[in-house]
Design a protein around this ligand. Sequence first.
Ligand code: ANZ
Ligand code: ZN
Length: 831
Amino acid sequence: MDTSRQEPVKYDFKSIEAKWQQRWLTEKPYKVSADPLRPKYYVLEMFPYPSGRIHMGHVRNYSIGDVIARYKRLRGYNVLHPMGWDAFGLPAENAALKHGVHPAQWTYSNIGYMRGQLKAMGLSYDWDREIATCRPEYYRWEQRVFLQLLEKGLVYRKKTTINWCEDCATVLAREQVIDGCCWRCDKQVVPKNMFGWFLKITDYAEELLADLDKLGGWPEKVVTMQRNWIGKSQGLACDFPVADSQGEKITIFTTRPDTIFGVTFMSLAPEHPLLDSLLKGTAQEAAVRSFIEQTLVEKQRLALDQEPEKHGVFTGRYCVNPFTGDKVPIYVANFVLMEYGTGAVMAVPAHDQRDFEFARKYGLPVWPVVQPPGEPLDGAAMEAAWEGDGVLVKSGQFTGMPALEAKKAVIAAAEKQGFGKAHITWRLRDWGISRQRYWGAPIPVIHCESCGAVPVPAEQLPVVLPGTKPPYGSHAPLHQQESFYTVNCPQCGLPAKRETDTMDTFMESSWYFARYTSPRKDDGILDQEAVNYWLAVDQYIGGVEHAILHLLYSRFFTKALRDLGYLNIDEPFSNLLTQGMVIKDGAKMSKSKGNVVDPDDLIQQYGADTVRLFALFAAPPERDLEWNSQGVEGCFRFLNRVFRLIQANLDCFVKKNAGRIEIGSLAPADRQLHRKTHQTIRRVTDSIEKDFHFNTAISGVMELVNQISAETAQPADRKVLREALETVLLLLFPMVPHFCEELWQLTGHDQPLQVQSWPSFDPAAAEEDELTIVVQVNGKLRGRLTVAADTGEEELKALALADDKVISFISGKAVQKIIVVKDKLVNIVVK
Ligand code: ANZ
Ligand code: ZN
């Protein structure tokens, strides 16, 4: 085509972006299907909650994912890149309460708006796979999974004390209680006893822990957080008989059996079931009971990760150390948790800091039994517990053993004598999934007085949420939907009551990545072929705030679905990228801080490509991104500059300039540009492949653009220039797709960029002509040579010996040998 007579065009991002988005909408180039003949790549960003509008954190997350998706396509992969909505949850209900609209209406209208925003960003999703978890077509399969897990014995119902928020009328998860208050409304959380449904994630504790070793593609810190959350502790469970009792025993759990000769008191959790009988009739009874009550109230006030000031009270009773026969006073202590181990701790103040502080406070003895090298520990004088290693002292038959060995020996002895056993305790708890809310997936069970909890028969699924007007009240909203609530038992036909709890929204996000592989399947949970082809997710991207629960639940679901026969993988996400936060003025961008920059405004002002470029350029993905409006300006100016540069050189895009470039025939300046082009390809490819450091990739392209600009000041080789400019467009395409497609078309290409291949670099072209060679004398740096690449060994030796600086260091000495490391260094050894 003849481009020479066209008028220069301004970078009109509005019409450019609208044009390409329209094309992507109608041509659906990102729609994919399983194709066993092609290698697949599944890239996924954590799907958003439809809160109303996207924020800069989303922009960043999705820009990163989109670059990876587009890059992998150019590399020849069949890329699955889906998007959807984590659409159940409390905010919809609260908004509904406030504005009097149905949660569904609020949710769907938000989805509509946000979908538009994502489309305006030019993200390359296969929109035909979009899912919204609040649709019955989605959650009916979740209900199916629930029932299959129930059948497998992985679901149960039990009464528990839960954290309850009166204002939100809901149970709160552990992490939703912050300083004893509701994470949402700040109201004081109260304990409440009620039935709830649980998933037996603890059945998978061992595997969830062991398989962390398979997650080499995850950030180390996330793996560690998962490991700590699962929290496997190995030790001894041991019985301490209660003195003066009818054979009552207190079973303790300890990870330090080696310290058992140092026990000076016993601590029980305030909820410990034995307390009732221990206290009965003692002089202390009233005082201890009031302490217990107080402690339980205080405990509710504190978040679970907060340590209260340690205190306790003597019960007046004793137990007996089975190893020593010592009588040990029994205390109730506020820091002992009933939910962990056995709810009873053998206290060893010499070797446990908590016990130490407690002992000092209440004047209890401190007996060191593990002696570190050096001065003998003195229980009366110690200022802190010695929690480290050492050799056992004053420990009967174990005296003289190293602690590690003693641990095993004490366990063996306890087992032999029949009062103890090796024991493992997990920090991980079963997953309580019941929520007393409306806007969630109904738990598909019917309670019948004679049949018990009866699963809703498969053919009656989905159990859909009732009502067109929002049902509210202070308690479970579904209770107030008479027609929903009152049903007949599927087994005996008599009047029964439908379960009114809905599922934790973490349920939906625990398997959505699998459902994306066959999102429209309407006769089953998952399509076997599709999941086998697409899973696991090759690259998962999201915020580190989901490092624990969402990822753990997804890992658990993957294993459970595998065991139900739906999946053939053990782990859902092969690689994980946790992107940093977007911060402004030193704080996380958030509505409550009032420092939000609205992506809509930015897109209006600069276009989506500039916003994407900024989100990728301002920081490497795993780091926090500091908002900076000059940075956005800079990205916009850069795109304008590239736009003008291409406009000014349209003439080089004629056909005859598309051929091979002969390096030997290039003038020095052209050789430089050709080299820079190939070096840039190498650098950008490396940055993306190695760690997705798009910021360095982009600065690489910026350098190339600088060199092109300098070069075009002189008449340049048109072939070389064409190659350089095309390379800029190819390399920038994953980041600023509309912009590059437009210029690609403008420069006479009839096939769009998205079907091109990623450029490969020519090592010969990338090679430097001139190298700097270091010259050493006896291993010390004494000079530098600038030589042509590939200069031979003999010539290098000669050049080094002739160098003025070097001569001053070797004159008058005998050269013994000369070592040459090609293209790097010459070392002259003299005597
Ligand atoms: C005696 C002892 C001596 C202990 C010593 C430690 C050091 P992890 O590693 O977290 O599993 N413990 C056991 N059950 C508890 C409960 N319900 N509430 C509070 N603390 C409890 O911790 C295990 C250790 O925590 C156990 O080992 C026990 O104290 C305490 F020099 O027993 B240890
Ligand atoms: Zn029944």
